[in-house]
Ligand binder design. Sequence first.
Ligand code: IVH
Length: 683
Amino acid sequence: MPLRDAAARAEALRRQIEQHNHAYYVLDAPTIPDAEYDRLFRELQALETDHPALITADSPTQRVGGKPLPGFAPVRHAVPMLSIRTETDTEPSGARAFDARVRRELELAEADPDVDYAAELKFDGLAINLRYEDGVLVQAATRGDGETGEDVTQNIRTVRRIPLRLAGNAPQVLEVRGEAFMSRPDFERYNEGQRALGLPTLVNPRNGAAGSIRQLDPALAARRPLSFYAYGLGETRGWELPATHSDVLGTLAAFGLPVCEHRQVVQGAEGLIAFHARMREMRDGLTFDIDGVVYKVDSLALQQRLGFVTREPRWAVAHKYPAQEALTTVEAIEVQLGRTGAITPVARLAPVFVGGVTVTNATLHNEAEARRKDVRIGDTVVVRRAGDVIPEVVSVVLDKRPMKDLFGGEPLHPAFELPKACPVCGSAVERPEDEAIARCTGGLFCPAQRKQALLHFAGRRAMDIEGLGDRIVEQLVDNAIVKTPADLYKLGLLAIVSLERLAEKSAANILAAIEKSKTTTLARFIFALGIRNVGEATAKDLARHFGNLDALMAADLDRLQQVPDVGPVVAASVARFFAEPHNIEVIEQLRAAGVNWPEGEALATVSSPIAGKTFVLTGTLPTLTRDEAKDMIEGLGGKVVGSVSKKTDYVVAGAEAGSKLDKAQALGVTILDETQFRELISS
Ligand code: IVH
């Protein structure tokens, strides 16, 4: 490349890298994946190597790590905190190259025995130096630029795993180096909480850890729990060093420091390769992120002979795994239906290899988060896949957003909006004001929710259809034999026998179970409908209160809330369910198919004359208080409301009844005095 072009490119790279440094180190909110950052950094390094004249004093290649934050006191490290060389070749050849280098430096002949290596995990967090004096933790510092870090003692003290006092016979000075990180469960829990509140989420556990440690308020830091693993030493005084690194770690563990159990002393390149492969298998199952493994020459004497090149030891290397974050582009944004009707926006991606698999979809979690991240079609995005967690879009690279014209202006694609109707069944999509998740209101009618709904319907505590399990429901729905629970009652032997691997005998048993389930109770039936927020207990309350299904179906929010233990949330769920015509249709079909229950079942043995009837109480009754009258009415499945309308069945009037009595007379509503009321309820 001609010098002039190289100079322009180097300048552009420097600007970009500095921006990314700021986002990463100061804002704890990186905008590109590490691998992409590394690529830019290496490109700049290569340009500067080819054209040393281009190196400037302020080039990002001329400093290591981040500047100390102004809010923390600087700490000068007694022994510099170095980094290790990274082997980006993720194949076995990466381990062979390291072993070959070590052997060359040690001038070992081919016939000489294998070198012993301490192999351990490369934790993905923030390097921390813990200083113990006479066994007491006196200071914790970040790495900073390697020479000077930040004093983060207060925040580190909130990390439960780090002992404030060492066990046993502690040396006069012991500096322990290790990684502070956020475990995946802690990360997920924190983000779940943030999502539920509609607040910004952490991009990944590493940034969660960095943000927590460099949080100026230790109370806030404590809200983001961290873990820690020790992997090395800084300054020591009054301590005779063990002979090997593995023994150093063993001793640190004996002092009560957390040391990761996944470490091993292995022999030669083949030992390294086997460890790399074994840990890669384990990677997804770990509770924390690793981005590779670390190999260290085990003998401290050999480490000393090997020494350092610039700021990196010759005796250690980090051998990477495929990155857990990668860049790709968004081809479409669609919504996916969960089993309970939860609607999740999902980005369809240009296939990308991340976290060891090819990813083509990533979750955007919910509408608020999709909007906050402002992901649009055509966007270049950072995708993360770590562990068994569903791949997610963590951020958008705004610089690369397609625009309508070259001069900035408007984005080519509009902001994401959740559809108003369910893409599967067309029912309304609703999101309760205080919830983050939008849901399809289609319930039983929506095919995406059918299987789950059918299994619930057939459940032991619902309609109790024995034998109608996962596998059969799956096939019934996939083959479009059953769409709604009502279809179950139309099944013939032929249809069931045609299912895979089902003997005629079992098919007949299922049919018999379906037939038997027709006779049920109102409470079971209500529960079987799978109304959101209506569990078994609520279903019983509703059945007892209303006594018959029609009264329940007709009930408005007011009436519903008069049921004991039914608050606004449950009442709204019930009302919403019965407002959906599809649901009514299914219920009518079930009744037509012969599903039945004793009416007014809830009223014990007495069938109540006032079940489902609406009462208004007005004036002062001779002997009953208003509450007593109300209890009697409700106990018999009736309902008391506050004002008279055409729908009112009875007005019970006492002395000094006012306008309510007038209105009842005007509307022709039956008016009772206390005696007549008592006669009615005991009839
Ligand atoms: S040893 C002189 N061991 O990776 C060697 N580092 O550049 C010092 N890291 O920021 C590092 N796991 O925080 C070592 N098992 C491990 C590690 C580890 C993670 C981090 C460390 C440093 C970077 C290496």
